[in-house]
Every structure is written in C-alpha cells, then in structure tokens.
Write a protein that binds this ligand. Structure first.
Ligand SMILES: [Cu+2]
Length: 300
C-alpha cells in the first residue's frame, strides 16, 4: 500500500518535472542546444548507473537485516571482500573516465567562442545588457532594437556581448549556451536556430529590482525574406541610436517595451565597452614608457 502511494507520488513529481521541459533546455531548437541536451542526458544516465543500484541496495539491506530475522549467517569476523572492492572501485573509475572523455570533447566542441561551421554566412549581433533591458545592435545593418532579437533560422548568429551595468548572463535556453555580459569587456557566443520560432530570452544572472522584467523574444524567422521584412520595419523608425539617445536609453527602467532604432551611429558597441576604461590609463602608460617623464617622487 505504502509502495503504491509512493509510486503514485513519484509519477506525479515526474510529470511535473517533464511539463517544465517545454521551452527550456530540454526542448532545444538549435544545434548547440541539441548537443547540450544530448550531453545532459548521457551524463545523467551514466551517473544513474551508480545511483539506482545504491537506492535499491539501501532498501534491500534495510529489509534483509531487519530486526526479527534470525536465519542469517552470523559472521562477526567478516572484514574484507575482494569482489565488493572490485565493484565499488572499478565501476566509478570507468564512469569517471567515460565522463572525462565526453567532457573534454564537448568542452571544445561546444565552446561558446568557437564559430559554427555552416554554409550560411553568419550575422553579427551586438548585445548590451542594461538595467533592466536588452539592447541589440546590428552593426552590418545599422539598426538596433530593445528587448526583441530577430535573425533568420538556419543562419549562425555571432553574438558580441557586453554590459552597461551589473553582470548579467545572456541566455536563450532553447538555443543553447549562456554567456556572461560584463561591463568594460566583450564576450562572444555563437548560436543557431535549426527551425523558425519565437524563443524566450532571459538573463541567467540576477541583477536587481527590475530583473524579472528583463526578458526578450528571440525571433528565428522562417526565411531570409521574413528577416528582411523585420529589418525594413525597424529601419522605418526615425529614431537614431547615438551617444545622446543612448544616455536616455541607459536610464533604469522596468518592463521596458520593445523599441526600434532605424539608424545607429557607427561604433556604438565599442563606445559602450570603452566608456569604463579609465581615461587616465592612456596617459599613465605614456608616462611609464618614458614619454614625458615626471620628476622623481612627483605624483599626479
Ligand atoms: Cu569578465
């Protein structure tokens, strides 16, 4: 009776867990995501080779050596079993070796910085995390959008990522890897969508009060024409993203709506990255290289 109730509870928990898969890392729509799901499943199964027998043995031994059973062989001097030693050492060693080999290979294969091999020419998107919204700049197209990212399916996307605030993590769970966005530096990520769709984008790193509203839609369009239509829609907006309008955009806001910028001044992303580089740094460097040597003991 107890066992039956327990199994019912286990089934319910399992169903709830599985229902969470839709739209998550276990429901991948891109090559990187598919490979990562494969890795998660293989690693989990390998580890279950140890976990499942242990669970059963725990229950079995508790039952076998329960109080009130007296026909067991009494062996008070028992201390060592070669067979048990072999099993408890060999199985984990083999599993760790297999996991190690898989991890070594997949760490290189799924390196976020590694460009994807694909016949289609990749498109570049520059990503900036702000409080609390995402800015996407398309340097090749001269447009930008807030909280909406579009790209054609079956085309690799080459992301360059930075932050104008606290550290965030750029993450589209259904497409695969996440990578941190950090102020004053640019990180890279390469992703692809194998089928069209609208995927949820989030930050996987908590960044304060408006964090829950810091979400975006990643639209993988079915065809290049659909993507061009999206680009045309953005280009129609007269708003321009330059140093001035960027300052206004960078002000904290919560649940920011989708916004489009029809034009972007050149080098915006670099400006955003470089704004945290100390202005004195260059001068200091020239001092140190002896350009204009200050007198001994003199500090600025
Ligand atoms: Cu960093």
């Amino acid at each position: 009776m107890l066992i039956r109730n327990l199994s019912k509870a286990a089934l319910a928990i399992f169903a709830i867990l599985l229902s969470g898969c839709e739209g998550g890392v276990l429901d991948p729509k891109g090559q990187i995501g598919i490979d990562e799901k494969h890795l998660i499943v293989v690693a989990t199964l390998l580890m279950l080779i140890v976990v499942i027998p242990v669970i059963f043995m725990t229950l079995y031994f508790a039952w076998k050596y329960r109080d009130g059973r007296d026909q067991e062989i009494y062996a008070p001097k028992w201390a060592h079993s070669k067979n048990i030693e072999i099993v408890v050492w060999l199985v984990p060693i083999v599993i760790v070796i297999i996991l190690g080999v898989i991890t070594w290979g997949s760490t290189h294969d799924l390196d976020p910085y590694k460009p994807l091999e694909h016949e289609a020419k990749p498109i570049t998107v520059e990503v900036v995390s702000l409080n609390w919204k995402w800015l996407f700049i398309y340097p090749e197209l001269g447009i930008a959008s807030v909280n909406e990212l579009a790209f054609p399916a079956n085309v690799p996307v080459n992301f360059k990522i930075t932050s104008d605030t606290a550290m965030n993590s750029f993450f589209i769970p259904q497409l695969g890897s996440q990578i941190y966005s950090m102020a004053g530096m640019a990180t890279q990520l390469h992703l692809i969508a194998n089928e069209p769709g609208i995927f949820n984008g989030i930050s996987a790193n908590y960044s304060g009060a408006g964090f829950t509203g810091m979400k975006f839609k990643a639209i993988a369009t079915a065809t290049a024409e659909d993507f061009d239509a999206w680009v045309a829609k953005v280009k129609k907006q007269s708003r321009k993203l330059d140093s001035q309008s960027y300052k206004a955009l960078a002000i904290e806001s919560e649940n920011n709506p989708v916004e489009y910028y029809g034009t972007v001044s050149k080098g915006m992303f670099n400006q955003i990255v470089m704004q945290y580089m100390h202005k004195d740094t260059g001068m200091d460097m020239s001092h140190h290289s002896g350009h204009s040597s200050p007198k001994n003991g003199e500090t600025e």
